[in-house]
Design a protein around this ligand. Structure first.
Ligand SMILES: Nc1ncnc2c1ncn2[C@@H]1O[C@H](COP(=O)(O)OP(=O)(O)OP(=O)(O)O)[C@@H](O)[C@H]1O
Ligand SMILES: [Mg+2]
Ligand SMILES: [Mg+2]
Length: 511
């Protein structure tokens, strides 16, 4: 499973660079702006459907998305619902009256010349996210609704750019944190926690590599106890790894400037993954004047208590609650983390009631079974086998009922653990409607009874074949019995019960 703290190559190098900066007596301050694409069927203000990143260009475009003169925006209420779900999940205060503004700038990916956003009265304010590993709360300054832009691709050879309007007008939630983050690791945990929450409430699929979740990180350094330093904003980071790298290299740049007696100037910067360095895009002086103004075509967004209450009632279990519930059922944090992180490689449907697919699978399988046993099968076997086959919980061919039967067969000693694993692999590779017990019989996986003559014979055969092992066992090296057991297991194609075999050997060899 992927771990946020698994550091490789340049990350490890920069990680120690960051430790060095800390040793030299600097404190790092980070605030993150996350742009999360709302997982709604329609765009924020038009009837056009949203698209995935790999669809044919310009096939999801309404007159309004193309800024056709005379076209008017109409707010899609499901985007508001999903943003409110998110705000509730982030413990934020939902504004009863929010409003939309125009942010003007001129760029080829913005056909109307302005982006509709919420500058003066955002949808929600003053939330927080708890980071479990770092054990801190990161305050959320605000959550605002805004439009995504079109996508421009530069055709370098041909000397022109092509524009795809599929993304234009898709709803975004901008989630702005307070500057409460103090290390690249905390930033990584913040992004992952947010990702998990957005997926759980079903408001965003959180795929950074596909651009449905993008981060801008703001970085400054200061001496402990002093006021905050000047921040630089690094735009458009599309993986947790590049966010960590960008923060680390930017911190180092600030410290080097300040230690040389120079100043840090407020800037917007980009990040080159290849060089693991940030570079200047524009200084504060060059910052465009966005000429914000209330959008005259959109009335204020009014949200009453009943509306919020209704959404609160539909809110699925949040990750924190799932963790607590699973812990109460006896699961350990490793198993819980594996199950919850499985969802990061899972498609989640448009049904809204998403939450964690693998957790609800676990709930069904473990309803009348030992939860810890079921969790082990799911995390150590099923998840691994699914990932190896490029499958997800959504297209997992083994239903919860069949998985349950398989586990029962192992628990009841009808098949060995090893045979259970083979059976699971078989069921994943050759999906069928047959019950696992029938498949096990067909594959001759049914365990040999403990007192079977065949078992006695197999043990005797092993003893005859492995005199050296027998000798050293008799001289007191009891661990050697494992080799004898291994021989029998191999001969029985894994159907013998390993513990029974070991007991049999102990009895036979003590004679
Ligand atoms: N001294 C600081 N060091 C690091 N981060 C900071 C500091 N001061 C503010 N920040 C962070 O900078 C971010 C500012 O985001 P905000 O959206 O409010 O403004 P902006 O970046 O100026 O606007 P835009 O949305 O146009 O980028 C917040 O995440 C905040 O926590
Ligand atoms: Mg911002
Ligand atoms: Mg910003």
């Amino acid at each position: 499973m992927r771990s946020p703290f698994c550091l490789h190559g340049p990350v490890r190098h920069l990680h120690s660079a960051y430790d060095d900066v800390r040793r030299r007596g600097w404190e790092l301050v980070v605030g993150i702006e996350v742009h999360a694409q709302i997982k709604s069927r329609a765009k924020l203000f038009s009837n056009s459907w949203t698209s995935t990143y790999d669809e044919l260009a310009n096939t999801h475009v309404d007159a309004f998305d193309a800024a056709f003169p005379g076209s008017l925006p109409r707010l899609n209420s499901s985007c508001v619902d999903l943003a409110i779900r998110t705000a509730l999940g982030l413990n934020a205060r939902i504004r009863r009256r929010s409003a939309f503004d125009r942010k003007h700038y001129f760029y080829s990916d913005l056909t109307s010349g302005y982006q509709i956003t919420q500058n003066y009265a955002p949808l929600a304010t003053s939330g927080y996210v708890h980071l479990k590993k770092s054990n801190i709360d990161v305050r959320i300054k605000q959550i605002q609704l805004e439009q995504d832009t079109a996508k421009t691709t530069l055709e370098q050879r041909a000397g022109y750019s092509v524009i795809d309007l599929n993304r234009a007008g898709t709803g975004l939630m901008e989630i702005v944190s307070e500057p409460d983050i103090r290390s690249p690791e905390q930033a990584a945990e913040y992004i992952r926690t947010l990702q998990e929450l957005l997926r759980a409430v079903g408001s965003c699929d959180g795929h950074m590599e596909q651009g449905s979740l993008r981060c801008d990180v703001n970085v400054s350094v200061n001496r402990p106890g002093e006021s905050l330093g000047t921040r630089c904003e690094i735009k458009n980071l599309n993986s947790v790894k590049s966010a960590m790298l960008a923060i680390t290299s930017e911190t180092q740049r600030h410290v080097e400037l300040l230690e040389r007696g120079q100043h840090v100037f407020q800037e917007t910067r980009g990040f080159s993954e290849a060089k693991a360095q940030t570079y200047s895009l524009r200084s504060k002086e060059d910052a465009p004047d966005y000429m914000y103004m209330p959008d005259p075509n959109l009335p204020p967004l009014l949200i009453d208590d009943a509306y919020v209450q209704r959404i609160l009632e539909q809110l699925p279990e949040l990750p924190e609650q799932t963790r607590t519930r699973l812990r109460l059922r006896g699961l350990n944090d490793v198993d819980i983390d594996i199950m919850m992180s499985m969802d990061s490689i899972m498609e989640i449907g448009f049904d809204g009631k998403t939450g964690s697919k693998i957790v609800s699978y676990f709930d069904r399988v473990s309803q009348y079974r030992d939860p810890t046993v079921v969790a082990k099968w799911i995390t150590q076997r099923l998840c691994k086998e699914l990932v190896a086959r490029g499958l997800t919980a959504t297209n997992n061919p083994v239903t919860a009922e069949r998985m349950g039967e398989l586990i029962d067969m192992v628990q009841d000693g009808k098949i060995t653990h090893g045979s259970g694993r083979r059976l699971l692999k078989y069921m994943l590779d050759s999906p069928s409607a047959k019950p696992p017990s029938l498949i096990a019989t067909e594959l001759s996986l049914i365990a040999l009874p403990i007192d079977d003559e065949a078992l006695e014979e197999m043990c005797a055969e092993a003893i005859a074949r492995m005199p050296e092992e027998v000798q050293s066992y008799k001289r007191g090296r009891v661990k050697v019995v494992d080799r004898l057991v291994g021989h029998v297991m191999k001969n029985s194609r894994g159907t013998a019960n390993a513990r029974a075999v070991a007991e049999r050997f102990a009895a036979m060899l003590s004679k």
